[in-house]
Design a protein around this ligand. Structure first.
Ligand code: MIG
Length: 685
């Protein structure tokens, strides 16, 4: 059951797609404090799930989080905000079980047992918001009801589940050719290469630097011949430059965010001075979205949207004022405190609340100060792209994912988790974000594998990839100036190749589960608690995940570890894979086990009476058969799997021809229903 409550006059966010009448019941679970906070009393065992992209645990209890989309490349535990705002929680205790969504686009604070350990205190900037309560006895059903409320998740094209290589710093077409050649030479599967800001001419959106990438369409075509999709980045800010048509049109049509006096707001990001498209203005949104066609018509079929919190390095006005102030320090014998003050003045120029309070949107004639709608910016940038794709290429899926997001954006694109670091803790952080993001509707997700900032090591990349083979977005990405981390830079090429073979073997299963999860409002990655509600040990486990209905995954996230402890809530079949064809399987009883997981090995566990389809692999998605499959399972009675597959780019998801039901009994008899003829053999049951 879903109940909606409204306070004041909320701004519309379009997060919710099902119109819900306002409920007149008394406000449940929470009390309203004098300071307009919502207060809930947790008992000692209450667990709090949700918040999507955030630091710390799957259980969010014990910290204070802020929904305020921030460009911060330090994802350490003491941070309160990352790039997204996902205001959905599930409160799970013996007395209560419910979900709650705070549909509110400005800064929102979640004090989850931080100030007082038993107090959940949620504080909006002002008291204009919609709150939805979702109740069910089944925690999974709470998620499904929420997902029905906010609409179906974006579905990426199938090729976007292949392996992708990215790096900030590829300078020209030859750099990209080298990446592709090295993968192909070494038989390392690859489906996409990402273009970071250097492909543009002076960081101008929708331009391509002709010196670095001469004859871009032919280059895109050349890559297509290699079965490589090029995925360019698009930044939020539009360079202020006379003669740059997008800038000039934006000025002319009043499509940029404004200062209070109605002039165009100016900030500085990569291109230098920029204007920000007003994505909250439907006409501006449509205008910007159509610009993606400049690249679509050159053969591009995927994009990533960056810097859309929006990130601001500085505004010229405040920079000038600060420089003036700094003059006062000149010639003085500075004490330490003054020195720190001086240093902070420079630091505070970036991503400052003062700037976020100083510009305005025009949402359907409604003039809104940015800080009231801050969390909607990246969301609407991605929406602008998606809506344009629907209009321009209605038959085709285009890859799009974003750095900043809000609940609702999950209908228009995926996300990557931003600028993580090449540190071991960030494997575990990724594990914890995956189910939290799924709850909030984000299914096409992934982290920068190997780590973005700082220098990676071979073992870290191997372990990161061993988790990444399960995430829909599987991309190796790193920052300018860090150690090069393409797979072929390292010695253990064979180990990497075998790891990728497992991903490509799992693809039919992963794709099937990914699409079904989107269509049915389910989670791909589930906390143990969601699958084993009666098992109190399982509820506390945060370094293992359930993957759909069939698997449990147990990533290794510590350096030099040769294995790890794993908790099995029930008897399962362990699959230990050195490659797609080289693996052993062991039945393990419920309970604790120490499992050897060497650096070149992936371990996962099959639940009883479950089967998964495996392909014979391939070096890119076009080589991966969705027809000729081997079944891997643990069958004691009878296992039944609903297999989804399609051509990978059309949108007729509900066509019954895409579904087969595969039944297997313990003797290995296979019974298939469905229009499509599959060629199935048993790998191991
Ligand atoms: O200020 O485009 O998160 O993935 O490589 C840095 C350069 C801007 C931040 C993105 C990152 C990307 C980088 N960008």
């Amino acid at each position: 059951m879903i109940r909606k409550f409204t306070f004041g006059s909320p701004l519309s966010t379009d997060a919710v797609t099902v119109s819900t009448p306002v409920c007149t019941d008394s406000f449940p679970y929470f009390s309203l404090t004098k300071t307009s906070s919502f207060l809930y009393h947790m008992d000692d065992k209450t667990r709090i799930y949700g918040l999507g992209e955030a630091v710390r645990g799957i259980n969010k209890r014990g910290w204070i989080y802020e929904s305020f989309a921030s460009d911060d490349c330090d994802h350490s535990e003491n941070k309160r905000s990352l790039y997204g705002a996902h205001n959905f929680l599930i409160i799970d205790s013996e007395k209560d079980l419910f979900g709650v969504f705070f549909d509110y686009p400005a800064r929102l604070t979640f004090d989850i047992g931080y100030t007082l350990s038993n107090q959940l205190l949620i504080t909006p900037l002002d008291a204009n918001l919609d709150i939805y309560f979702i109740e069910s006895e089944d925690i999974n059903d709470i998620v499904t009801q929420f997902r029905q409320l906010i609409g179906q998740s974006y579905i990426a094209p199938k090729w976007a589940l292949g392996y992708g290589q990215s790096r900030w710093g590829y300078k020209n077409a030859d750099d990209i050719r080298t990446v592709v050649r090295r993968h192909r030479e070494e038989h390392l599967p690859l489906d996409s290469v990402y273009l970071d800001i250097d492909y543009m001419e002076k960081y101008k959106d929708f331009t391509v630097d002709e010196n670095r990438f001469p004859d871009f369409s032919s280059f895109v075509e050349e890559m297509k011949q290699e079965n490589i999709h090029l995925v360019p980045i698009i930044d939020a800010g539009i360079k202020i430059e006379k003669g740059y048509s997008i800038y000039e049109e934006g000025v002319h049509k009043n499509y940029f965010c404004k200062n209070e006096d109605g002039t165009d707001f100016t900030a500085a990001v990569w291109p230098g001075h920029v204007c920000f498209p007003d994505f909250l203005n439907p006409a501006a949104r449509r205008w910007f979205g159509q610009k993606y066609n400049i690249l679509l018509t050159q053969g591009i079929d995927g994009f990533w949207n960056d810097m859309n919190e929006p990130a601001i390095f500085y505004t010229p006005e405040r920079l000038a004022a600060t420089l003036q102030e700094l003059g006062d320090y000149c010639g003085k014998n500075l004490g330490v405190n003054e020195f720190f003050e001086l240093r902070d003045k420079i630091k505070d120029l970036s991503n400052s609340d003062v700037d976020y309070r100083s510009f305005y949107h025009n949402a359907d004639g409604n003039i809104l100060c940015h800080d009231k709608v801050h969390n909607l910016y990246g969301y609407n940038m991605t929406r602008s792209a998606f809506e344009a794709f629907e209009e321009l290429l209605p038959e085709k899926r285009i890859l799009i994912f974003s750095r900043s997001s809000y609940v609702g954006m999950h209908r228009y694109g995926g996300i990557w988790t931003g600028d993580n670091m090449s540190v071991w803790g960030h494997i575990l952080l990724t594990v914890k974000m995956l189910p939290s993001l799924n709850m909030c509707g984000f299914l096409y997700i992934g982290a920068d594998l190997g780590g973005f900032g700082e220098n990676t090591t071979e073992d870290l990349l191997l372990r990161f990839l061993a988790l990444g083979i399960f995430t829909p977005l599987m991309r190796n990405h790193s920052a300018l100036g860090t150690r090069e981390q393409e797979i072929y830079q390292f010695e253990k090429t064979d180990a990497f190749r075998r790891l990728l073979s497992i991903r490509y073997g799992l693809l039919p299963y992963l794709y099937s589960e990914y699409v079904k999860a989107s269509l049915k409002g389910k989670m791909l990655f589930r906390p143990m608690r969601f699958v084993y509600p009666e098992d109190s040990r399982a509820a506390g486990i945060e370094d293992q995940l359930m993957l759909s209905d069939e698997l449990m995954i147990t990533p290794v996230y510590e350096q030099n570890a040769e294995g790890r402890y794993v908790y099995l809530p029930e008897k399962m079949r362990m699959i230990r894979m050195r490659s797609l064809t080289d693996y052993d399987t062991v039945l393990l009883s419920a309970g604790d086990h120490y499992i050897d997981i060497p650096l070149d090995t992936v371990v996962f566990f099959l639940r009883p009476n479950c089967i998964i389809p495996l392909s014979a692999g391939g070096e890119n998605i076009t080589e991966v058969s969705g027809i000729s499959l081997k079944l891997l399972g643990y069958v004691t009675d009878t296992a039944c799997y609903v297999y989804y597959d399609d051509n990978g780019y059309e949108k007729d998801y509900n066509n019954p021809a895409h579904y087969n039901t595969i039944r297997v009994d313990p003797t290995g008899n296979i019974l298939v229903t469905g229009e499509r003829t599959l060629d199935l053999t048993i790998a191991s049951i």
